[in-house]
Structures are given as C-alpha cells and as structure tokens.
Design a protein around this ligand. Sequence first.
Ligand SMILES: *Cc1c(COP(=O)(O)O)cnc(C)c1O
Length: 392
Amino acid sequence: MDKWKKRTRAVHAGIRRSQYNEVSEAIFLTQGFVYDSAEQAEARFVKAGEDEFIYARYGNPTVAMFEDRIASLEGVEAGFATASGMAAVNGALMALVKAGDHVVSSRALFGSCLYILEDVLGRFGVEITLVDGRDLGAWKAAIRPDTRIVFCESVSNPTLEVIDLGALADIAHANGALLVVDNVFATPIFSYAAEAGADLIVYSSTKHIDGQGRCLGGVILGKRELVRGPVEAYLKHTGGAMSPFNAWVMLKSLDTMDLRVRAQSATAQALAEGIEGHAAVGHVLYPGLKSHPQHALAMAQAGNGGTVMAIDLKGGKEAAFRFLNALEIFTISNNFADSKSIVTHPATTTHQRLPQAQKDLLGITPGLIRLSCGLEDTDDLLADVLQALAQV
Ligand SMILES: *Cc1c(COP(=O)(O)O)cnc(C)c1O
C-alpha cells in the first residue's frame, strides 16, 4: 500500500475480505469469535495475530479495517479506534501517565480536553502546566525533567491558534517527554503531525472522518510499540472501543474524505476572503488569510487553512445572536466538520463553562462566532453570510 498515494490508500488500505469476497467492506457485527479447539483458544489468549480476534472490546475485523486505513493515511504504523474523540484523548493520556508525572499543555483547548487534564489527571496526582501554545519560549520554560507528556491541539478550537509542531516535538523529545497531538482541526488530509514528530496523534472521527454528522468515534495513531502497547492495554480493559457499525460508517467515509475536506477548505478560504473587511466584522480568524498572525507557519505546515473559521462581530453578543438567527443555510449547532454548514456561538455554548477570565485569555469574546463550512455551493454560502451580516 505504501507505494500508492493518499487517495488510493483512502479507498483500499486495510481491507479484509471474508470467504465471500465482497467488494464493499463487510460489517462484522459480532461481539465474540469462536475457536476451532480449546488449544486454539489458549494460543490466541497467549498472543493474537494481526487477523485473529478474541472479543470486540479488544478488536474486530471491521474496526481493524478502519484502524489500518486511517493509520495508512496518517503515515503511522498503528491505530486504536475508540467510541468517541474524548475516549481517544482520555485513552492516550491515561495510558501514558502515572501519579507524580508532569504534563505541559497548550491553554487553548476543547473544554473536555481541559477537564481530563485538570480535573481527572489532577485528581490522580498528575501535575499540569498550561502555556500559550504559540510561544515556544513558554513551552521550554514549562518543561521539567519529570515532564512525561506534552499535549496540544495542533490548531485550536475555536480561536485557530497554530502550533509549530516540529519545534514542539524537538523540545519534548530533548526532555524525554512524548508529544501527544489532538489533530482534529488540522484534519487527516492536511496533517503534518507524523512528519513533525508527534508520538501519538488523536482524532475525533466524529468530525471530518465521518464528516456527515452521523456517528461518534475517535482514533489514536502512532508507532506500533505505543499503540499496541500501553494504549491498547488501557483501552481494551477500560472499554473505550469503537462499535463495528460505527467503524464501518467511518471506513466508508474515508473513501470520500479527501474530496470533502478539500472542497470544504476551498469554501472556507473563499468565505474568509469574502467576509474580511466587512463593516460589521472586527476580524476574521482563519489560518488561510494573510492577516492570520501565524499564516506563514500554517501554510508551511498544512498548506491550507482548513474547513473552519471564526469571526468576531463588533456588536458583541447581540450582533452575534442576530447574525445566527438570520442565517438561512448555516444551521445553529455545536458540532463542526459536517457536510452541512454549521454556525456556533462558543461563549454561550461549547465554552460556556469557562470562567470569564479564561474566556478573555483565549479570546472567546461575546461577538465570536465559529463557522464550519459544509459541502453546499460556495456562492450560496457566501451570499447567506453576507445577507445575515447585513441584518446585524
Ligand atoms: C470534538 C472534539 C473532541 C471530542 O470529540 P468527540 O468525538 O465529540 O468526543 C476533542 N478534541 C477536539 C479538538 C474536538 O474538536
């Protein structure tokens, strides 16, 4: 498979055919697997081979097809698929740390990631230091000899801060720490995390991988020794496995992910350019715009601004709500990376829980709006945004 390009691997990698030689991947909706003999059962529990399964919490042929396909796309050796993105973040972190360890993380994080770091790991005696992820000096100053993990969202939700992953991997590795990256915003299509040196790469497959708003899922990707070692051991015993049905949905979604993500990113670029400078808009945050403070870094790393942007309306919450309610195509929801365009007001929904001081620090202002571009016609979406801005 390695000799083929990503689009080819997205359709064929990881395929496992049953005795019927089906064309489309089968859903193996089974919890367990039978053995030809007691001896075979014993041997499998000693060591299961690549295509030998025991129980769906440990692994399943449909789930394995998805894991191998997304690992091939990411350019890593192995993957473990999980029930949700948060099961993946939790699994990656919990599998690697113990009481007394230190974790350094960027501050601009999805709320549930912050909860795992501060509330869960904190309760078990893991010390957390949060830094401004854009400041390499801050990372360097925070890392200590007992730092076990360096964690970040490669591009942050919803303020689109971009992290220099190569430099961060060097800082982590020079101190004997592992770099764990939540790579949702970067997308598997424009990902550079493996080349940059990330040790574990985590996706919520709920986002661009499903991409059509149906199933929750997640995946942890990296070197075989880590994924099939501590990560698999933790997850198979604690029950974070992806269901075979969801794995099948994700697997079929990978066939079209490249087409979808490229089209949605092109639309996002066009919308960002079309909105920037509008009288009602304070600023547009989109890595594909030259005005983004880290535009050059984003282009060097991903070569693309992605499918999501944030805009800050001058009129604050009142203007933001008027804008949301005036949109005709964009639907109000808290998800993103769907084929349907979605608009979110983070300050009152996804980031409502954060104390005001933290919202201020992260730039989650009352006028901030997140726009996730779907697969609708670009001109229609731009017209929708402009007519709604006119009503602000
Ligand atoms: C959505 C998201 C998650 C959580 O994924 P779920 O599938 O909803 O559990 C984690 N990190 C980031 C950056 C996300 O956007």
